[in-house]
Design a protein around this ligand. Structure first.
Ligand SMILES: [Zn+2]
Length: 329
């Protein structure tokens, strides 16, 4: 089982980043998710490059999350999409003619821009893949001129919206694989969007399907963690995709903090390929205690070598960078 940790902190202070990455590595994590906002890169390119190299230096693979691009994905900062702001004509329009604050993925100009951005990041920085975080589902049927031209049958527009979402995601992942076929593609869903699973698993260039098992945030019983988890793992296995289950180690008060172990055990019981969580993420009553508890739990994760798949080649054993025990704080 692999461990992935979301690192939603700035790269400005290299010493702090070094300490954080060493801590993350020392709990056995092999991947981090780092989120970028679309307007960020032009101002932070040196910080981005240095931070990403620091991750590589300690053996962490970086998966870049497209924070709120086109307002279609989630992101750590509640900042609207620059593209959508500058291209209001690209917005989704509902049956009453009202505009919604996200770009319609059927606009060719939006796709071209998005795919060019992705290609730029993948060819400029040392990243291992792209994450789509909580993509907006087909909840609002779009009646924009592009959608109506592509689907003249108005009665079919609702289904067209869903079909075209899967087609759009398929094209996006294919774009990533065209840059480099070894790059990894991940999509992470909210539990309420799990009805998309059956269609998502058919996308050939999608490698990993994740789910945010945020029971407390979603006001659900903790027993849902295992139920959601099993559903994702089963679906992923069916099409030989990887599964990634997220532990909610944020927004916890003392009462819910005590249930962190319980939710972790439920995730383990679902037996995913990857377990994921956050490094010091927001709104915990006691941030230090939550991270310490998270570290203790992550140390129980069976290490990758035990589950290594033999599809690779004659090079049997993967080289894992050595960890310096002294680096653990
Ligand atoms: Zn549309």
């Amino acid at each position: 089982m692999d461990t992935t940790v979301a690192y939603f902190h700035p790269f400005f202070h290299p010493e702090t980043v070094k300490r954080d990455f060493e801590q993350i590595r020392s709990v056995g994590a092999s991947n981090i998710v780092y989120a970028i906002q679309e307007q960020e890169e032009q101002r932070l390119s040196r910080d981005l490059e240095r931070g990403l190299r620091q991750a590589a230096d300690v053996g962490l693979k970086v998966h870049l999350s497209l924070g709120r691009y086109g307002n279609l994905f989630a992101g750590p900062v509640l900042m609207p999409s620059w593209y959508t702001f500058h291209h209001p004509e690209s917005r989704v329009q509902d049956r009453h003619g009202r505009y919604h604050s996200m770009s319609c993925y059927n606009h060719e100009s939006f796709r071209s821009w998005l795919f060019a951005e992705i290609e730029h990041h993948l060819t400029t920085y040392p990243v291992h893949g792209i994450v789509l975080d909580e993509p907006r589902g087909p909840d609002v049927t779009c009646f924009c001129s592009v959608c109506r031209a592509l689907c003249p049958d108005v009665m079919d527009l609702e289904h067209f919206r869903r079909r075209s979402l899967i087609e759009f995601l398929g094209e996006l992942f294919a774009c990533i694989k065209r840059v480099n076929s070894s790059l990894k593609t991940t999509i992470v869903l909210l539990p309420q969007d799990l009805d998309l699973l059956d269609e998502l698993i058919t996308i050939p260039h999608l490698d990993t399907i994740g789910c945010h098992l945020f029971w407390q945030l979603l006001h659900e019983d903790i027993s849902m963690v295992e139920k959601w988890g099993h559903r994702v793992v089963q679906a992923a296995r069916q099409y030989e995709k990887r599964s990634q289950l997220w532990l909610q180690n944020y927004n916890l008060d003392q009462g819910t903090e005590e249930l962190l172990e319980d939710s972790f055990i439920q995730i383990q019981a679902a037996d995913p390929d990857e377990i994921a969580c956050y490094y010091y993420w927001r709104n915990n009553v006691d941030p230090e205690r939550v991270w310490q508890e998270t570290r203790n739990l992550l140390r129980r994760v069976p290490r990758r070598q035990l589950h290594w798949r033999t599809t690779a080649s004659h090079i049997a054993i993967p080289q894992m960078p050595k960890l310096d025990p002294a680096s653990e704080i």
